[in-house]
Write a new protein. Structure first.
Length: 239
């Protein structure tokens, strides 16, 4: 069983404690495999947090839909996978302080002019990522037909003309378009929500305080800004 450790219980610098974090490596630029190497904003950030707080990090790949059940079962010390903080998720897991501000956007084919706002999604066929905030949002749209996919298949289904729109995270969608991963789609300008990414833990885990301590050090030192610029080529969003 993986131990949950307080900051004061860490081993010496010669023998750093290793904590295991679940992630879903299908969500660039936050976490993905590049030639069998796990990379991404979340990966770099979690490594920096561990270094600042005095522990080493090991990642294990888990489908996003399985991360919260795994945390509830105590399988991992934590999880970092672009997890949006929601009231519903807070019932199942504990959160770190927020580390990233984003939101849900509507994505449509480039040539489409019929969908300009949320009301225009009524009765439309919408693609979403399994277990995402966008998937939850889609259930509130009247008469919508909802199809769920693994990332980034929701955007690929849209580009292929198999659905009429998609709901996704603004940062991930914009990255997919900018890097040419998905072509022929566009993002509508207004956010449907303002969301904050957090690191997840089982309820009662003392690793929350440990990680928050490391995260604050990374923020204060300027290391967070360096990591953000590395992946998003811009200054960090204020939150």
């Amino acid at each position: 069983m993986i131990a949950s450790l307080s900051f004061g219980a860490l081993a010496s610098a010669q023998d750093p404690v290793e904590l295991i974090f679940a992630t879903d490596p299908t969500y660039p630029p936050f976490e993905y495999n590049d030639n069998a190497t796990l990379v991404g904003f979340d990966i770099d950030l979690m490594a920096a947090i561990g270094k600042a707080a005095g522990f080493s990090v090991k990642f294990e790949s888990v489908p996003f839909s399985g991360i919260i059940p795994a945390l509830k079962a105590g399988t991992y010390d934590g999880a970092i996978a672009a997890i949006s903080a929601t009231e519903e998720r807070a019932k199942s897991i504990a959160f770190s302080k927020p580390y990233f501000k984003t939101g849900i956007v509507i994505v449509v084919p480039e040539a489409d002019e019929s969908i300009r706002q949320e009301d225009d999604l009524k009765g439309k066929h919408i693609a979403v990522e399994i277990g995402s905030v966008g998937a939850t949002k889609a259930t509130t749209i009247r008469d919508a037909k909802i199809s769920t996919y693994d990332t980034p298949n929701s955007l690929l289904e849209l580009a292929a003309g198999n659905v009429e729109a998609a709901l996704g995270d603004a940062s991930q969608v914009q990255y997919a378009i900018a890097t040419g991963q998905v072509k022929g789609i566009k993002v509508l300008p207004n956010l449907l929500s303002t969301d904050f990414y957090v690191i997840g833990f089982s309820h009662g885990s003392t690793n929350v305080d440990l990680v928050n301590t490391g995260l604050q050090k990374v923020l204060d030192s300027g290391e967070y800004a360096k990591i953000y610029k590395r992946w998003f080529k811009d200054e960090p969003v204020k939150f």
